[in-house]
Design a protein around this ligand. Structure first.
Ligand code: GDD
Ligand code: MG
Length: 350
């Protein structure tokens, strides 16, 4: 069985003020009746395909993880707690070490918890192909067909075809600037990195040790010194804190020659910022999307999200109005990427 590894330690600052440091985006009901974290759990619950999931998150979110899994009736294999945030390379390495300690030949499916992916036959077909390609000894990425020069994603040049629909990775470019992104889109033959991976855990760890030895050493020390606490496994703080703060994309995927890409065409979006939430929602004829007690008139291409306050928007275009109990954001929807920097600069509970 494939071992799911769910990354649930991100801060989600670009979705302020709905996403807060005490309750980041993956744990709130952003789209639909359940949180994106719960939707990620639902995607890995088929026992014919998957073993029990390993969730890795910040120690601060341990009760959110435990409660939200229980609410959906999903039993977790392990909840690993990071004492400090060190980004995805160290988190995946720690989870891979735990998976290998249980099964030397484990294949792990690393999932982000901020993606909107409708469960479809196409999606699960891709998962199964990726697992076969991983068994062939590859670090498998899922390649999404790009439709705009997005600079918030990684780009993968699709190389020579291998078995099971996988291809060699010609090059992996994490978060290019706009000029580079436009050039890759114009050239063709590139896919977006979905942020999901299918990895033979042992191979991943060997590459991590070779390409990012400080990350590997930190994860090893953190798992070796880990302490059980109720249902949680607390990684050793001193060891884990010594890891560089680096994402798996920069630490491993830009450098390894073991990566392959599986081009896929299932529906996928990274709900990174408010413009993506707007795109992922049903909109009226004028392009407006509204959640909560709001009214919008004489306006186009706008998003209003409000919890309890009545919000009225009149005569505005391209605006995002996000109202929570104690904070309101108003800005241009097309500039939604700015919100992360703004939220980080706010001292109070951003
Ligand atoms: N456990 C843990 N610890 N999880 C983390 C941490 C951490 O320190 N930091 C981030 N995560 C989780 C987030 O919650 C999210 O589910 C996932 O890891 C990915 O992190 P993001 O911060 O959302 O990455 P990104 O969106 O900027 O970039 C990645 O995803 C893109 C597609 O969505 C990259 O893999 C890109 O190449 C890719 O295109
Ligand atoms: Mg993301």
């Amino acid at each position: 069985a494939i071992v799911p590894v769910i990354l649930a330690g991100g801060q989600g600052t670009r979705l302020w003020p709905k996403s807060r440091s005490a309750r980041p985006k993956q744990f709130i009901d952003l789209v639909g009746e359940t949180s994106l974290f719960q939707q990620s759990l639902e995607r890995v619950k088929d026992a014919g395909r998957y073993g029990a999931p390993i969730v890795i998150t910040n120690a601060e979110y341990r009760f959110l993880v435990a409660e939200q899994a229980q609410e959906r009736g999903i039993a977790l294999g392990a909840i690993l707690l990071e004492p400090v945030a060190r980004n995805t390379a160290a988190a995946i390495a720690a989870a891979a070490l735990v998976a290998v300690s249980q099964d030397e030949n484990a294949v792990i499916h690393v999932l982000a918890s901020d993606h909107l992916i409708p469960a479809s036959a196409e999606y699960f077909g891709a998962v199964d192909n990726a697992a076969l390609a991983a068994r062939d000894g590859h670090l498998v990425t899922f390649g999404i067909t790009p439709d705009r020069p997005e600079t918030g994603y990684g780009y993968i040049a699709i190389g020579e075809a291998l078995r099971h629909g996988a291809h060699k990775v010609g090059a992996f470019v994490e978060k290019p600037n706009l000029e580079k992104a436009e050039a890759m889109l114009a050239q063709g033959g590139f896919a977006w990195n979905s942020g999901m991976f299918m990895l033979p855990a042992k191979l991943f760890l060997a590459e991590c040790e070779r390409l990012a030895p400080e990350v590997y050493a930190a994860a090893r020390g953190a798992v070796a010194g880990a302490k059980s606490d109720l249902d949680f496994i607390r990684l050793d703080e001193a060891a884990f804190a010594a890891s560089p703060n680096i994402s798996v994309d920069y630490a491993i995927f830009e450098r390894t020659d073991k990566a392959t890409v599986l081009p896929v065409s299932f529906e996928w979006s990274d709900l990174g910022a408010w413009d993506a939430v707007w795109k992922g929602q049903s909109r009226d004829a004028a392009g407006n999307a509204v959640t909560g007690p709001a009214m919008i008139s004489n306006s186009t291409n706008s998003l209003v999200v409000t919890e309890t306050a009545h919000v009225v928007v009149d005569g505005l275009d391209d605006v995002a109005v996000i109202a929570t109990e104690d904070a309101v954001f108003v800005g241009r929807l097309s500039q939604a990427q700015n919100v992360g920097a703004i939220a980080k600069s706010l001292k109070a509970d951003a």
